[in-house]
Design a protein around this ligand. Sequence first.
Ligand code: FUB
Length: 453
Amino acid sequence: MRKFAILLAGVAASAMAHNPIVQTRFTTDPAPMVHGDTLYLYTGHDERGADFFWMQDWRVYSTTDMANWTDHGSPLAIEDFEWGDDRAWAPQCVERNGKFYFYVPLHSKLSGTMAIGVAVGDTPVGPFRDAIGRPLVDGSWDYIDPTVFVDNDGQAYLYWGNPEIYYVKLNDDMVSFDGDVMKVEQTVEGFGAPGPKMRVKGESYKDSYTEGPWFYRRGDKYYLLYAAGGVPEHIAYSMSDTPTGPWKYMGEIMPLCDTGSFTNHCGVADFKGQSYFFYHTGKLPQGGGFARSVAVEPFTYNADGTIPTILPTVEGAKAVMTFDPYRRVEAETMAFSSGVTSEPNAATGVYVSDIHDGDYVKVSNVDFKSGGTRTFGASVASALRGGRIEVRTDSIDGPLKATLNVPGTGGWEEWKYIETPVDAEILGVHDLYFVFKGRKGPKLFNFDYWTFK
Ligand code: FUB
């Protein structure tokens, strides 16, 4: 972990660097969902040091401003599906009638191949439970990467597949369907190439569907975005006037770029008046094809509804609103971090952990208004001798505003709320940095939440 943390220190060279949007662990296969004033992001999770997609659980993050993301931990894992035993791959979650339906691919003990399951929860962050106690569809290595969309007339569609594309019309309960699984006929006109079995070896095609579909409607057009071109993957898309085709191949969205990941996987959402394209790269230090990280780019549809070319950037999305520091803020809400990770705790929820000397957490676009800030307080825990939190603005070595000394509290989850005076006036909007200091080498303390008064 130390080595990982130290290398991470170099990532945020620019104050505006927000990609990858999660730095505390590897994240994959982004699936955004807007609910109320919040954008929730469901992801897969690559294990550090993995040599394949040996993925164990799914994770949820949320934002209200597109810059600061709250880590909600992992509300769903392989263990939640009795019939599954491996490969917690690309998920998507949607809301219907106040319930949240979380569709996931998993290796099935029943068939020995891949299957798609559905979990249900009462909130966007779970807890979730297997909704039917068996796979929704099972029995093919093709059965991965579900994407779900509820159309304006209430009909829900589930698409999935690699390298074939399948769909079913879900019943209103979202956890069953009538009839057969349908296979989409892939044609040059529809996807840039015929279906995998009809492709002629040596023939060069315009493009070809690979995996990772993302299905939605905008206005009166339906969009199917997908990873394309075999590996390495780029992102391309097709459009249709109906939810089940015929599809028309529309071209590339994110071309092959030097992202360090041979897969790509996208999700799209409109949030607070802006469209966003989520994807993944291998751009965290020690990242790569099996150590991927989710990133996001804002984009604007062309006037005719087509999607422009979108390139990966380090900057990512800008904050769409300011951040209020005069309330309890979970420490795992951050725009960027270096060196730290997060852990779950049954009593306090997710907290920031693995804090060492020199690590930091950045919170973006924090509005201190007209000042008068007197105290900074934080809930912390340490089984050793603690350390200190330096509160700085604008950069990791920016003006020092307060120093909170963290004592040993008798345990890594023995939380103590401590306050310290704010020594220098903070006015207006700043990026806020919590820079962790202490003895070199050991883990210093854990950090659960903070507030300014
Ligand atoms: O994350 C595992 C697999 O890699 C996904 O299911 C694919 O879409 C690719 O991203």
